[in-house]
Structures are given as structure tokens and as C-alpha cells.
Design a protein around this ligand. Structure first.
Ligand SMILES: Cc1cc2nc3c(=O)[nH]c(=O)nc-3n(C[C@H](O)[C@H](O)[C@H](O)COP(=O)(O)O)c2cc1C
Length: 231
């Protein structure tokens, strides 16, 4: 299909994904992982396809990361993104910084940090912890919560740009409508996003109650305009 790079996600903690031995579930079976990588790298080398990996530290114990490091180092990865948690951490708790420090020392391919960056001060804290500014970084929930986060990390902006948030909202809302129906299915998606955005709008609890209950587009749209306009 014309893609030049495939990113293998060994980070997903979801129960249904891990139960099939995929996502972070793949980290449990290192010999299967090794032969899978043997297989896809032999294909990618002949085809000129780059392969990068996103990983957690392990499935149930962060010490699994040492063996995983040896496996990753045996292949010419174009990039390794490390989310320094284990599967059973899901997205909660402190980042296991000492294992990312180990990755910085031992991983041979370009390394990318991912985890818990929601603000410039989080980014500065990570930089202090590793005594270097991680660049590039991968942003997850922080970028969904604030589409201006990357601009802030680069020092281009300081306040949350609500117009940018509105553009992100409108784009997602209209794109979901093209591929989903009826209204409620699109609104389920939008509700999930509003759980990230809600924190930006103090004192709007009644509007949010209505927004999370809306079943049809007109009611949803009217509530969204009220939330965004009054700011
Ligand atoms: C709801 C949700 C869906 C995600 N879907 C994907 C995905 O499809 N592919 C992927 O590589 N990571 C996915 N992730 C993981 C994020 O890319 C990221 O690794 C994770 O949120 C941790 O980074 P953060 O602390 O910056 O959010 C997902 C995370 C969440 C919370």
C-alpha cells in the first residue's frame, strides 16, 4: 500500500488484545517474539521496509526489560519507543524511570521516550531525571488533552489555544460522522474525548452533565457551543 515503515505496538495493555498474545501480551513469550522479529525483518530487509517498535518494559515484571533489550538490539530497528511501565500498570502510577535510564545506556537504535507528559513542567521533570532533554518524544494522552502541547514544549506558545481545541473537536466530530452511525455511536467517541478536555472548563458541570447524556447531534452541538463560546 506504499507504506515505508511499520510500527509494531508491543505496548497495548488491553485485556482482549493481550489475551491473544498481541500488544503487551507478546512480551510474555520472548522466544515467539524473537522468531516473529526474525521473520518480519528478513522480509523487510529485502523489501526496504523500515520497522520500528513501541514497547513497555515487560508484562508483569520490569526486570523483563533486560532480556527484551537484548532481543531488540539484535535487530536493525529504525526506532524504539519505550513507555516505561509494565502491562499490569496500565496507564497508572509513576513512570519507572530507572528502566528508561537503562534503555538510554543500552539500546542501540534511536530511542524515543513516551509517558505522562501533560505539560512543559512534566517535560522538564523528565529532562532532569535523565539529565538530557528527551527528543524526540512521543505524546499520548497529553496531546489529546491539549492539542497545543507540542507547541508549548517547543516554547512556541504558553496558553491553551481553545480555537485549536475547537478545530480538533470539529475535525474529529465530522470525520467520525463519515464512518459511523447512528448519532449515539459518534457521541460515545466524543464523550471519551471530552473526559480529557473537561479539565479545561471550570464551572461548567451542568453543561457537561447534559453533554454526557446527549443522544442526538442537535442537543450535543448546542451544548458544545455553550461550553466553548462562554470561554
Ligand atoms: C485510549 C488509548 C488508546 C491508545 N491507542 C494506541 C494505539 O492504537 N497505538 C499505540 O501505539 N498506542 C496507543 N495508545 C498508547 C499511547 O500511544 C501512549 O503510549 C500511552 O497513552 C502512554 O503515553 P502518555 O502517558 O503520553 O499518554 C493508546 C492509549 C490510550 C489511552
Amino acid at each position: 500500500m506504499g507504506y515505508k515503515e511499520v510500527n509494531l505496538n508491543l505496548g497495548c495493555p488491553s485485556g482482549t488484545v493481550c489475551a491473544k498474545g498481541k500488544g503487551a501480551g507478546f512480551l510474555k513469550d520472548t522466544s515467539a517474539l524473537q522468531s516473529f522479529l526474525d521473520d518480519i525483518f528478513s522480509y523487510s530487509e529485502s523489501d526496504g521496509m523500515k520497522i520500528s517498535i513501541k514497547t513497555r518494559l515487560g508484562f508483569s515484571d520490569p526486570e523483563e526489560f533486560y532480556a527484551l533489550t537484548d532481543i531488540f538490539n539484535a535487530f536493525p530497528l529504525s526506532e524504539l519507543i519505550v513507555h516505561p511501565r509494565i502491562r499490569t500498570d496500565f496507564y497508572k502510577g509513576e513512570i519507572r524511570k530507572e528502566y528508561y535510564a537503562y534503555a538510554l545506556e543500552h539500546i542501540k537504535c534511536p530511542l524515543v521516550y513516551n509517558g505522562n507528559i501533560f505539560s512543559s513542567s512534566d517535560y522538564e521533570e523528565v529532562s532532569r531525571a535523565f539529565k538530557s532533554t528527551p527528543d524526540p518524544v512521543m505524546l499520548g494522552r497529553g496531546l489529546v488533552s491539549d492539542p497545543d502541547l507540542s507547541g508549548k514544549l517547543k516554547g512556541f506558545s504558553s496558553d491553551t489555544d481553545l480555537q485549536k481545541l475547537e478545530r480538533l473537536h470539529d475535525t474529529l466530530y465530522h470525520e467520525y460522522q463519515k464512518v459511523m452511525s447512528p448519532d449515539i455511536n459518534v457521541l460515545y467517541k466524543m464523550r471519551e474525548l471530552w473526559t480529557y478536555w473537561q479539565v479545561l472548563f471550570d464551572g461548567k458541570e451542568r453543561d457537561f452533565k447534559r453533554l454526557f447524556k446527549a443522544k442526538k447531534y442537535p442537543e450535543y452541538e448546542e451544548t458544545v457551543s455553550r461550553i466553548l463560546l462562554a470561554e
